[in-house]
Unconditional design. Structure first.
Lengths: 484, 96
């Protein structure tokens, strides 16, 4: 059953080929067998899953329910789930049982999906390798000595190993697309404001956006359709109608203008990765799309811009963890200052503390103009570069990452090397644009991701462009050895 | 740029983070390198450019009417608190 896509599983449920309880049991067994090897989960919600599956089966038997009724999914542990541990992979929240559901959790529950568990991730979504989790690293199903990428490493590894047909995820600088690329699965980050952030634990609020990791673009279209939409609970949620993303998946790409970002094909790009991306571009040419090189001169500044803006926002957002109202508290505090400092010193991991301090510094008196204000101006330049490019082309296509997955521990000692892993993904976050990563082949036995960036609210277009490629290729259907 | 031990201690204090003796030199080194790295932004010509205030062009933060929308769910929320007595959050004594 697990070799099928989510769309095929949904069809199987409707045709009563199997029940949601059977499907849920099947995935729970795979998760329990896979967990020791991959560590993709923080929590497995077996009892709740079976109860939800039984309810879904009753709906299906009565001829009710929607396209996702009875489909098992996983939520990244950054999304609040009522009555279920919600840790953000941090010691700080290692005892936090959420009193409410995130909007997307509630929407996917209402759509009839069955939550299997909560996916491991980088602590507070800060990392590109899933090595900063308080619950230990996630391993890449293609090779357990390698990282799955991050921060949504558990979500990507779970879908790649077919422990779940879909997993929600979040993307602040590449945290959906980079692990999707490194694990050989499909991952979409929608336009800023498209998916509600209510109940999604905040990291950098002007960049954070929820999305989903799946096997195929068609699956992503189905799940995103149920997640997206206006939410009065999120002040940055945009009140724009959600189209049926599945309706336009098969639109022709003949005459589509594809922009090749000159800055993406730079010296940092692994030549074999580049080869796979060029082969994918040839597929689009064969389908009648036109390729055109475009340049975004300010794009090389996206990583330094991000590493001012994101830490600044993180230092502000994470000020709420004070050991008073919820979460971890240190033992025997001497006084209130000691309580704050030791709670935060012990409750946060090394990378989270590094980002809080970087943010505190760039926002502090005397440095604000030189760093934060300057970065927000450069961010404007980068956004304008994208705007100009989209006057000439319909989508931008390039690599998702410079290299395939790297070894555990290879980049942990040097934060800058780790940060540069997101060099091709950060631009879309800075400009608030939707982007998707899809598998486009292998390098040295490891999957490579192709990134498609669209105009604001052009999720339907990038899903369409991804789907027509997946009709021509089967890279997205490859399963890591040992997980078939 | 090279941050001193005192600067790291001062940043950590502002951020309310207790650092142990082994952490300070690690952050001294990595924060200095990060600030050098982001210092590259200085070279960009941003004269006459407005700082970005919202990721979507033309949009700003929406405000809701200033009315009470939440009911009292104190007990539910306090179930997650490290220490509560008689409905109050307990912290170390602040005033002697």
């Amino acid at each position: 059953m697990h070799r099928r896509t989510l769309a095929e599983l949904a069809a199987g449920l409707r045709k009563k080929e199997f029940s949601s309880v059977e499907l849920t049991r099947h995935y729970l067994e795979r998760i329990e067998r896979g967990q020791p090897a991959l560590n993709a989960f923080v929590t497995i919600t077996r009892e709740q899953a079976l109860a939800a599956a039984e309810a879904a089966d009753r709906e299906l038997a009565a001829g009710r329910g929607g396209p996702l009724t009875g489909v098992p999914i996983v939520h990244k542990d950054i999304f609040c789930t009522q009555g279920v541990l919600t840790t953000c992979a941090s010691r700080m929240l290692s005892n936090f049982v959420s009193p409410y559901d995130a909007t997307i959790v509630a929407k996917l529950k209402a759509a009839g999906t069955v939550m299997l568990g909560k996916a491991n991730m980088d602590e507070f979504a800060m990392g590109s390798s899933n090595e900063t989790s308080w619950y230990g690293p996630v391993r890449n199903p293609w090779n357990p000595e390698l990282v799955p990428g991050g921060s949504s490493g558990g979500s990507a590894a779970a879908v790649a190993a077919r422990l779940a047909p879909a997993a929600t995820a979040t993307d602040t600088g590449g945290s959906i697309r980079q692990p999707a690329a490194l694990c050989g699965v499909t991952g979409i980050k929608p336009t800023y404001g498209r998916v509600s952030r209510y109940g999604m634990i905040a990291f950098a609020s002007s960049l954070d956006q929820g999305g989903v990791i799946t096997v195929s673009a068609e699956d992503a279209a189905l799940v995103l359709g149920a997640m997206a939409g206006f939410d009065p609970q999120d002040s940055t949620s945009v009140d724009t109608p959600v189209p049926d993303y599945t309706a336009t998946l098969n639109d022709s790409v003949e005459g589509l203008k594809i922009g090749l970002l000159k800055e993406f094909f730079d010296k940092g790009l692994d030549p074999e990765n580049e080869q796979r991306v060029r082969e994918a571009l040839a597929v689009y040419e064969r389908l009648g799309a036109r390729l055109q090189e475009v340049s975004l001169p300010n794009l090389p500044l996206s990583v330094p811009t991000y590493y001012v803006v994101a830490p600044a926002e993180c230092s502000s957002n994470l000020a709420r963890y004070d050991g008073v109202r919820f979460g971890y508290r240190c033992e025997n505090p001497r006084d209130l200052m000691d309580l704050y400092k030791r709670t935060r010193g012990e409750g946060f991991g090394a990378e989270v503390k590094r980002r809080i301090m970087t943010g505190t510094y760039v926002l502090s008196a005397g440095y604000y103009d030189a760093y934060y204000l300057k970065a927000q101006k450069v961010r404007q330049l980068i956004a304008r570069d994208f705007e100009r490019a989209f006057q000439e082309v319909d989508v931008l296509i390039g690599p998702t990452t410079p290299t395939p997955a790297f070894a555990l521990g290879a980049k942990t000692s040097d934060p800058i090397t780790m940060y540069l892993n997101d060099i091709y993904t950060i631009g879309a976050n800075l400009a608030g644009l939707p982007a998707i990563s899809i598998p486009c082949g292998f390098v040295r036995g490891l999957p490579v991701g192709l990134q498609i960036v669209g105009r604001h609210f052009a999720e339907a277009k990038i899903l369409n462009v991804a789907h027509v490629y997946q009709r021509e290729t089967d890279w997205h259907l490859r399963v890591p050895p040992g997980w078939a | 740029m090279s941050l001193t031990r005192e600067q790291i201690e001062s940043i950590a204090h502002l951020a309310r983070l207790e650092l142990n003796v082994t952490e300070i030199p690690v952050y001294q080194e990595s924060l200095s390198r990060i600030l050098d790295f982001v210092g590259e932004l200085e070279r960009a010509d941003t004269s006459g450019i407005e700082p970005m205030s919202h990721p979507l062009p033309g949009l700003s933060q929406r405000l809701r009417p200033d009315v009470v929308t939440e009911e009292d769910r104190r007990e539910l929320y306090q179930a997650n608190a490290p220490r509560v007595e008689a409905g109050l959050y307990i912290v170390p004594k602040v005033i002697e």
